[in-house]
Design a binder for this molecule. Structure first.
Ligand SMILES: *[C@@H]1O[C@H](CO)[C@@H](O)[C@H](O)[C@H]1NC(C)=O
Ligand SMILES: *[C@@H]1O[C@H](CO)[C@@H](O)[C@H](O)[C@H]1NC(C)=O
Ligand SMILES: *[C@@H]1O[C@H](CO)[C@@H](O)[C@H](O)[C@H]1NC(C)=O
Length: 158
């Protein structure tokens, strides 16, 4: 009985510390996903409908901006970090839905997806891209060109 109390105290201290640690990790990005997480999911989602695709195969290493930008990615420096600023997957013969997780790359200013075989419609998540100036989806015959509500109004959409 006597020995149990310090153990309980130790457990309490330990779990409080875990809580603090996970809160700090979540604060690293506003929605809890780092750029590395987003890039990994983007690759997985595209790979599902485009297995063995050369560009996707070349996307290796955790960070799409370093040591050098992945094919189709352009990055810029923001507060000392390289962030994804542009995606250009034009004419890459990509199929399937446009991955909604692109909407978590919040610093994007340009997205060029023209000349592919994307299906479905432009994801709702794109309305979170408040810095987006240019979105090109032309020449995707199966894609609905309906824009999600709330997409940036000064957007150059083609
Ligand atoms: C994307 O790349 C293609 C081919 O390299 C180029 O013609 C096009 O202008 C690029 N798109 C943008 C938005 O820079
Ligand atoms: C991505 O961003 C959206 C907001 O656009 C957010 O709701 C979502 O939780 C984020 N995370 C994932 C895993 O999509
Ligand atoms: C485009 O996608 C559709 C549906 O998945 C498929 O039937 C068609 O063959 C694809 N076309 C090209 C050029 O890949």
């Amino acid at each position: 009985m006597v020995a149990r109390f310090p153990l309980l105290l130790l457990l309490l201290v330990f779990s409080a510390q875990l809580l603090i640690t996970s809160a700090a990790a979540a604060a690293a990005s506003p929605h809890g996903l780092t750029q590395v997480d987003v890039a990994k999911r983007l690759k997985e989602e595209l790979w599902e409908r485009n297995p063995g695709h050369e560009m996707l195969k070349s996307w290796n290493g955790g960070d799409p901006c370093s040591p050098s930008a992945w094919e189709g990615f352009s990055c810029r420096l923001l507060d000392g970090n390289q962030v994804v600023a542009k995606l250009n997957f034009s004419s890459k013969e990509l199929q399937g839905p446009i991955p909604a997780v692109i909407g978590n790359l919040t610093e994007l200013t340009e997205i060029d997806l023209q000349g592919n075989n994307f299906t479905g419609s432009i994801p709702e998540s794109f309305s979170a891209l408040t810095h987006l100036l240019k979105l090109s989806v032309k020449c995707n015959p199966l894609l609905s060109n309906q824009l999600p509500d709330g997409l940036s109004t000064n957007l150059d959409f083609r």
